[in-house]
Design a protein around this ligand. Sequence first.
Ligand code: SAM
Length: 254
Amino acid sequence: MNHQFKKKYGQNFLKDENLLKKIVHSANIHGERVIEIGPGAGALTKHLVTVASEIIAFEIDESLKEHLNKLTETHQHLNVIYKDILEVNLDEFENPYHVIGNIPYHITTPIIFKLSEAKNIKSITLMMQEEVGNRISASPNTKEYNALSVILQHQYHIEKIVKVHRKMFYPIPNVDSVVLKFTPKREADIEFIQFVKACFKQKRKTLANNLYDQRNIPKETTYDILKTLGLSVNSRAEALNLHNFIDIAKSFKK
Ligand code: SAM
């Protein structure tokens, strides 16, 4: 392929047609709208045009125009916008849509947090570094468990679609990947998201200390809530499960 790969944009392209078909198939798109993140040279896009009614693809690298133009010229329902996805205001998309992307490793977390706060999303199917996938699906008391695990498990059904060996990409990255599919269970709860982030701010600190530092909540108030819920006053966020977080957040609201 005639393209100067740019490391700074996390450009590791896919080539295996069976894998590409599997990813698009798992997104379960039937004549619906899709936002694609990082189309690259159009590996996923060329499959998406066969199942979606409309595709808006955001690509940061204008030098890929030459490749993507071949697809836009033949598919009227594909629109490529050369823009950083993190700068896009997703609230402008009022009709429900699916999101799909083989996204750059270095901005996986900000992209996922951005999507978690957006409205009207039917499903999100994303390729990511396996380690991030493990964090998202992690259970309490493991080293992978963090704010991302709690926030995403609260908001979505999370399905592992396929593990992808690094050799499936070119150039070959130095990590393996996984495709996860997120189906919303509920609307984004921004207050809950901010609360969980504050609880995990410094992983080694107790919940009471983090909430005091981040929110100025008197430690006694946190201790009382934890005691009422039958939890240790010295609890750390990493030891609490999703239901504990929901109960604690509710108690603070009262
Ligand atoms: N979808 C293609 C594939 O599967 O072969 C390319 C995947 S590659 C991992 C990620 C793509 O995202 C690259 O084309 C890169 O230029 C693009 N990209 C990187 N940062 C971006 C950003 N902030 N906004 C939109 N696209 C971005």
